[in-house]
Design a protein around this ligand. Structure first.
Ligand SMILES: [Zn+2]
Length: 54
């Protein structure tokens, strides 16, 4: 039921709150997008709530 447990794409903002640093580190590697709302970065726009290309 939970996206986090099933391993699906949870927005970085929510992952950050859960403190899953290893998952975050994999997602920010080779980042191509930045969240204009929170300032987080990720390689897939699906991980961000307000993605914009870097
Ligand atoms: Zn965000």
């Amino acid at each position: 039921m939970s996206d986090e447990k099933s391993g699906k794409k949870t927005p970085m903002c929510k992952v950050g709150k859960s403190g899953d640093l290893e998952r975050i580190k994999r997602r920010v590697r080779d980042a191509k997008f930045v969240c204009t709302k929170c300032g987080r970065v990720a390689r897939d726009r699906a991980y961000l709530c307000k993605p914009a290309e870097i």
